[in-house]
Design a protein around this ligand. Structure first.
Ligand code: FAD
Length: 326
């Protein structure tokens, strides 16, 4: 029977949402491919998380639970994943397109001789084979890609594929695995800069600010709206280059790619390099005083107006609306 293998990434003791999206997508593809779904959990103290991965659709979970795997190390994680692929000979391998996924997937593909299609936004089964869609030319076009041979390996853009409903009654066979944990480079400490803040790439709502805010002293307007909506904060490169906020907030071609349900662009013109990082958002709302700003071409809803007037009002309205819901 064909097999689909997914990588279930763990951070701070939790399975990350893009990994649950990957398992759910594997479950969806398992029907037309007539396949079983297997997931790989790697880390320290990760064994109890197998039940959650199973509840989203895995039939078997390979668990590498080792103190030496407590911090991410490219070599040992790639070795573990490649070991499962060599053993199970899957026809499909799905990895989330997260920082870790982007790092580990090419290594694994090289080790197992797989073709890798990255940043995939759609998968379909055609004649028993997989067909992928991925953005190219900074999101200006979508390429359709097919694989030669197996395994067909893909990294999936977060927030694009739906994480299905968890079914707690769903059980998986759990296999304890071991791997050589030696690595030539190791993480010795992690210095987190945004503890407690919402991860931009996983947020369901993102509120971003651009040069229209005029100066760093006004960026709090965006942060307040984001806070009222339970959203993550993003920024254009102009704002980052000017030193108003750190690069970790940058959305776009040379920043992060986000696909939230709602993206609110405040005082952002909508340059092609910015659109590359957010145009796959489900709903885009733009606030800009220039009716001809290119951002309005991709926006589902647009407000032509002054953000200094609009943002405080919107924040108040959001507080009332979301305050009652959270
Ligand atoms: C190789 C390369 C890579 C790049 N990568 C990125 C990237 O990753 N991300 C990115 O964002 N950019 C990137 N850029 C830069 C990009 O081309 C733009 O310069 C940048 O996105 C512009 O940022 P902005 O929209 O904030 O500023 P601007 O283009 O200056 O737009 C500001 C907007 O604010 C509006 N505005 C002004 N005042 C108000 C007001 N009071 N109320 C409402 N609206 C107002 C204006 O009408 C204008 O549309 C890249 C460029 C290059 C060459």
């Amino acid at each position: 029977m064909p097999t689909i293998v997914t990588f279930a990434e763990v951070r701070d003791g939790k399975v990350r949402r893009p990994s649950l999206e990957a398992v759910s997508e594997a479950r969806r593809l398992a029907g037309p491919l007539g396949a079983t779904v297997q997931s790989v959990l790697i880390g320290q103290g990760v064994a109890p998380l197998a039940a959650e991965v199973a509840s989203y659709g895995a039939d078997r979970v390979h668990v590498f639970d080792d103190a030496e795997l407590g911090s991410y190390a490219t070599e040992s994680f790639a070795r573990a994943l490649a070991q499962v692929i060599t053993q199970e000979k899957p026809s499909v391998v799905l990895v989330p397109y997260t920082a870790m996924g982007k790092d580990v997937a090419p290594r694994v593909a090289a080790r197992v001789g797989a073709g890798l299609v990255s940043d995939v936004v759609k998968l379909e089964v055609k004649d028993g084979k997989l067909e992928a869609r991925r953005p190219v030319y900074a999101g200006k076009a979508l390429a359709t890609v097919r694989w030669e041979g197996e395994p067909q390996m893909a990294t999936l853009r977060p927030n694009v594929f739906a994480a299905g409903a968890a079914d707690a009654a769903r059980k998986a066979e759990v296999r304890k695995e071991t791997v050589d944990t030696s690595a030539r480079a190791r993480v010795t400490a992690v210095h987190a800069t945004v503890s407690g803040k919402l991860e931009l790439t996983e947020a369901q709502i993102v509120v971003s600010g651009g040069r229209g805010l005029k100066g760093p002293e006004n960026f709090h307007l965006v942060e307040s709206l984001a806070g009222a909506m339970g959203a993550a904060v993003g920024a254009s490169r102009a704002v980052v280059d000017a030193g108003w906020v750190d690069h970790q907030y940058q959305v776009g071609q040379t920043g992060k790619t986000v696909s939230p349900t709602l993206y609110v662009a405040c005082g952002i013109s909508g340059a092609i390099q910015h659109l590359a990082g957010m145009s796959s958002s489900k709903y885009i709302v733009a606030i800009n005083r220039d009716a001809d700003a290119p951002i309005f071409k991709v926006a589902n809803y647009g407000v032509v107006g002054d953000l200094f007037e609009l943002l405080p009002k919107l924040t108040e309205a959001a507080k009332q609306y979301f305050g009652g819901k959270r």
